[in-house]
Each structure stands twice: as structure tokens, then as C-alpha cells.
Design a protein around this ligand. Sequence first.
Ligand code: 48F
Length: 268
Amino acid sequence: MTAEKKIFSAAGEKEVTRAIVGEFAREFMEYVDSDVVIVGGGPSGLMAGRELCRANKRVLLIERNNYLGGGFWIGGYLMNKITVRTPADKEMDELGIPHSEISPGLHVADGPHACSKMIASACDAGLKIVNMTSFDDVVLRSDGSSEGSRVAGVVINWTPIEALPREISCVDPIAVESKLVIDATGHDACVVRKLEERGVMSTPGFGAMWVERSEDLIVEHTGEAYPGLIVCGMAVSTTFGVPRMGPTFGAMLLSGKRAAEVALEKLG
Ligand code: 48F
């Protein structure tokens, strides 16, 4: 009797499991010591990661959700249209995102198309991503000099750990070391807030909505907020008290790019 001809290769359950566990572990081992760790996979974090990887840096992005993109999938009020103001339309062109100019200097695109192009571009550049992983704390180092401490990595844990009942949630986190950390966690500004909790910096929180002022200020204030820690995207507004901006995303793209430039200057 001739063997039954099958469409797919003979790999079975154990091979599939080994492929997943082995490849995840191999990659994770490599990125336990990264040039840059980015916390948050929204538009600003993805843009920063893309730019750093294009400059051949080793970058790990930590995202607490099982998906990437943050607020970039959907515009305002649960509608799938996002807006971008000139000059950020050039970034959309570079990412291959179709858009149209609705009024002078105001461009509209489909959120899902924009977001998926952004994610693909960051992955193509070489960005490594771990999902379902939450930032828990910073690694702080001090060499004993008058310069004080600097952020030297992040403490992380699986996101589902947060859902465990308190009395049994004693699951120790692990840490990843890096030369720089970028806080791209949006309005939450989780990394900055952790430093605030530790009493080493204080933040005013974000201001009321004012689109025309906010976008410029976000880009201008993008940079090092504490030694070793760069902030980008809406985390900038929480850190420096800049007005919020609503569903227009040009500043997120330019802020991510600026964060990468600052990081590259610091990394030399
Ligand atoms: O909120 P988010 O999209 O931040 P962003 O890049 O862009 C902001 C805009 O989407 C929009 C806006 C401007 O138009 O107002 O809000 O600044 O993405 C932040 C990402 O960080 C993740 C979160 O799940 C989201 O994907 N995040 C937040 N806290 C943590 C985290 C955490 N503790 N650990 C890991 N990821």
C-alpha cells in the first residue's frame, strides 16, 4: 500500500512546542542585555524602536497587551479614522500609509491600515517584541558619585500575574538590563511614575486638551527625563504637564523619531 500523500510536512505537536519555546528563549537570552528597552508598543514606542533598529541598535520592546499599536488602531470616539497634521504626513508616506488631505495641512488615514503598516515597518527594521509583559519597576544604579542614580534596565512580569488574588501573587519578576530605557506608555507614563513613587522625580500630570499647542510641545519636550530614561509620546505630556491632544497622531510619530535621535546621541 502506498503512503497517503499529505499537503503539510510531518512536524507534530512536540516539534511545534520545541520551535516556540526554543526560539523564544534563544531570542530572549540575547535581549536580556539590550542597548535600549522600550516600554509600550503604541505609535511613539514603535516609531522609536523602528528608528533605533534602523541604526543597528539592539532594542527590546515590552508590551503589556496581547496586541501592539496602543491608541493607533482607532481614532477618536471609536471611529476607525486617524488624523495627522503636516509635516507628519511625510512619515506616513515613508511608512507607506495611504492618506488624504481633508483640509490644508490636516490628513486622514484608516487606523487599522496605519497601525499595521507601522507595526510591520518596526518588525522589518528588526525590533524584538515581548507581549503580555508588564513593566513593574526600574533597575536603578549608582556609582557613588555626586551624579546620583541612573536607570539601567526594567523589572518585568507576565501581565496575567496582576490578576492573581493578592495573597498568592508572590511571583517574583525578572529584570532586563539596558543602556537606556524609553517610557512610551502613553498617558500612564508608568516608568516615570515609578521614579516618582520612589521619590527621585516628580511630575505635574497632563494638561487639558489643546491640540494646536500640544503637538509641538510633545516633540519639543521629548528627551531624557532622568539619567538613563527617555520619554516619548503622551508620556511626555504627563511628565512635563503638556496639554493632551486627542486623536491626532503626528506628534506621536515625530516624538518617537526624536526619542530615537536622543538615544543615538547618548549611545554614541
Ligand atoms: O497609549 P499609547 O498609544 O501611547 P503613545 O505612543 O500614543 C498615544 C496615542 O495613542 C493617543 C494620543 C495621541 O494621539 O493621545 O493616546 O504615547 O500606547 C501606550 C502603550 O503602552 C502600553 C499600553 O498597553 C499601550 O500599548 N503600556 C502601558 N503601560 C504599560 C505598557 C506597562 N506597565 N507595561 C507594558 N506596557
